[in-house]
Design a protein around this ligand. Structure first.
Ligand code: F6R
Length: 625
């Protein structure tokens, strides 16, 4: 039985007058964060398709192309993140149909590919080279194309693609070319992102605008069930059903410069260091001193509607979920509204009792995470007002939600999320402030929050100056077997986030827990080669944290403490290393305490020789379930 080989991935297509190969390779490099298991291009040269593909990173593909160039001015390309099935040359995209004339790249999962394949085999098509679901789709399109009548080969390819997609159960963002149809490409999407880049005498398709922004900033964000036929100088968008639709061309917010590393050795470090600016951008124009509250017009809710909210649900995955966990403490503190935090992947499949006047927020940097999108759709289906907190403008979550708040953090390329996290924290604070000021929060308390928020960028600059100190701490711990992270209240989720950063980029075992949970089992792990990192700022629970630190110290566990204010003095004889961040009101401390943990994971990963921006097995935008 064939192996099921679904994929997440990034795709890029080009139709124009320049050589396609360098444009496609450059685009793939920009999308490498989406997956880096294998890569490939199919470029049409005259009447045949030049295919180059291999397991490994874009650099391996570039080497292959430099050894065996592929000429031609239109083509498609792909970088893969495998979920099931082997990472090998055969399973790399693009894939051909049975005639070898149609080439296709695919981002998504074709759930019924086995049934479709059996049907094709019954009809005599046995020429499958890979284990992939994608190759089945290429064969299906080819088989329908062969059966269709008519001289207009462009219309035939469009209709064959349309007819094949109607048989597909699953998700796709695809690009298709046919070697007999010069300068022509078909794209379509359902469940996987796809954007059309509109250039001058050239057009592009990509999973994400960052792949094409060096060539054009005019983009059309395709919707689910859109199909686009593109040529050099025109494009036509219709639905999979055939209806022709209207689509607006948007201006991409950022430029090619914004997605360069500059002088930084890694995107992750660049993005950590951008946080004073990104935090400023997350609150820019959203604070009002007159009323001591936040203005969030994008929520699309009237004051009476906001006042009526009786329960808030925050959902997301990974780092975004951790931001939600801080948000729970924040909104409950500021607005006194019950908040629940839900793993998007669990929430969407659960039978949660419907409660009236519930407001749901889907938190997602990419705005494309399949589980978060699924949670958003389920929540809307049940009738909840569902808002997005997204970074990527015009992403699927941003478009499908009833309103929301953009992070304005700029492109985040490092696979480990950093700046998007602190932006999410600021936005959740603004939401808490807005809801709070409509309830019990006084003007004075509102003003105190605004003052504290406005001081944050300057304080972040101070924290960033600790990078060298944190680097020397990291050097001391290169031989450890793992790390434990502890925090209380607002900083319990920071323990979770610190541990996540540590495991994803250093590959060290790491866990985060509420400090007090130590004595309920975790303390059995404490030993000299397993440091405990306590996030223990000078807040209402510092003395409680100190008790837990004593318990670890008594069992010879090394301690690194992130603290503030009087904390450093009290930790002097307890912690082997103390990282001191500026003092801030307790509900905002996570914005400052998380940064040393990002830097610690970063410096340790560099010391260990890890691929910081592209950690093994991961991808940034998780568009599969
Ligand atoms: C961790 C990380 C992931 C993402 C998660 C959600 O560093 O990057 O855990 O936070 O996959 O991604 P978004 O926010 O794009 O929905």
């Amino acid at each position: 039985m064939a192996t099921f080989t679904s994929n997440m991935c990034g795709i890029v297509g080009y139709v124009g007058r320049s050589q396609a190969a360098p444009i496609l390779l450059d685009g793939l490099r920009r999308l490498e964060y989406r997956g880096y298991d294998s890569a490939g291009v199919a470029i049409v040269d005259g009447d045949h398709v030049e295919m180059r593909k291999c397991a490994g990173r874009i650099a391996s593909l570039a080497k292959l192309i430099s050894q065996k160039p592929a000429a031609g001015s239109y083509g498609i390309s792909h970088t893969r993140w495998a979920t099931h099935g082997k990472v090998n040359d055969e399973n790399a995209h693009p894939h051909f149909d049975a005639t070898g004339k149609i080439a296709l790249v695919h981002n998504g999962v074709i759930e019924n590919y086995q049934a479709l394949k059996e049907q094709l085999i019954q009809n005599g098509d046995t020429n499958f080279r890979s284990d992939t679901d994608t190759e089945v789709l290429a064969h299906l399109i080819g088989s329908i194309y062969g059966q269709l009548e008519g001289k207009d080969s462009k219309a035939r390819l469009v209709n064959a693609t349309r007819a094949a997609l109607k048989q597909v159960i699953g998700t796709y963002g695809i690009a298709v070319v046919h070697s007999d149809i010069p300068n022509f490409m078909v794209g379509a999407r359902r469940g996987s992102p796809l954007v059309l880049g509109v250039g001058k005498d050239e057009n592009f398709l990509a999973s994400d605008v960052s792949a094409i922004v060096a060539h054009t900033r005019d983009a059309v964000y395709l919707n689910d069930f859109d199909l686009v036929a593109l040529e050099r100088d025109k494009f036509e968008i219709s639905s999979i059903d055939g209806a022709v639709g209207q689509h607006a061309v948007s201006k991409v917010e950022f430029s090619a410069e914004d997605i360069k590393k500059g002088d930084y050795p890694h995107y992750m470090l660049k993005e950590i260091c951008e946080q004073a600016d990104t935090v400023r951008d997350a609150m820019r124009g959203r604070l009002t001193y007159e009323e001591c509250t936040a203005k969030l017009g994008g929520l699309n809710m009237t004051p009476p509607e906001l006042r009526d909210v009786a329960r808030v649900v925050l959902t997301g995955c990974g780092t975004a979920l951790h931001a939600g966990r801080v948000g729970e403490y924040l909104i409950e503190r500021l607005a006194n509204i019950p908040v629940e935090v839900e793993f998007a992947s669990e929430y969407r499949h659960r039978n949660t009792p419907m409660t009236e006047r519930t407001l749901v927020f889907a938190i997602s940097q990419s705005g494309e995470t399949a589980d978060t999108l699924g949670a958003l759709r389920e929540s809307r289906r049940k009738g909840y007002r569902t808002l997005g907190i997204c970074n990527n403008v015009a992403s699927t979550i941003a478009r499908e939600s009833d309103g929301g708040v953009y992070m304005h953090a700029g492109p985040e390329i490092g696979v480990a999320a950093t700046k998007s996290f602190t932006s999410q924290l600021v936005i959740l604070t603004l939401i808490g402030l807005l809801l709070g000021r409509m309830r019990q929060l006084s003007t004075a308390e509102g003003k105190r929050m605004i003052d504290a928020l406005e001081a944050l960028p300057g304080q972040i600059e101070e924290v960033l100056k600790l990078s060298d100190q944190i680097k020397s701490i990291a050097k001391k711990y290169v031989d450890v077997s793992g790390m434990l992270f502890f925090g209380r209240q607002f900083n319990y989720p920071i323990a979770l986030e610190g541990a996540l950063k540590m495991k994803e980029i250093t590959y060290l075992f790491a866990e985060g827990h509420p400090s007090a949970e130590l004595k309920h089992g975790i303390i059995a792990l404490v030993r000299p080669d397993l440091p405990s990192i306590f996030i223990a700022p000078d807040d209402a629970v510092l003395s409680k944290n100190l008790n837990n630190i004593e318990q670890v110290k008594a069992r010879k566990g090394p301690i690194i403490a992130v603290t503030s204010g009087n904390g450093a003095k009290q930790l002097k004889d307890l912690a082997a290393d103390i990282i001191e961040v500026p003092d801030v009101i307790d509900c905002l401390s996570p914005v400052l305490t998380v940064i040393p943990l990002q830097l610690l994971a970063y410096h340790l990963a560099v010391e260990l020789g890890r691929d910081v921006d592209k950690p093994r097995n991961l991808a940034k935008s998780v568009t599969v379930e």
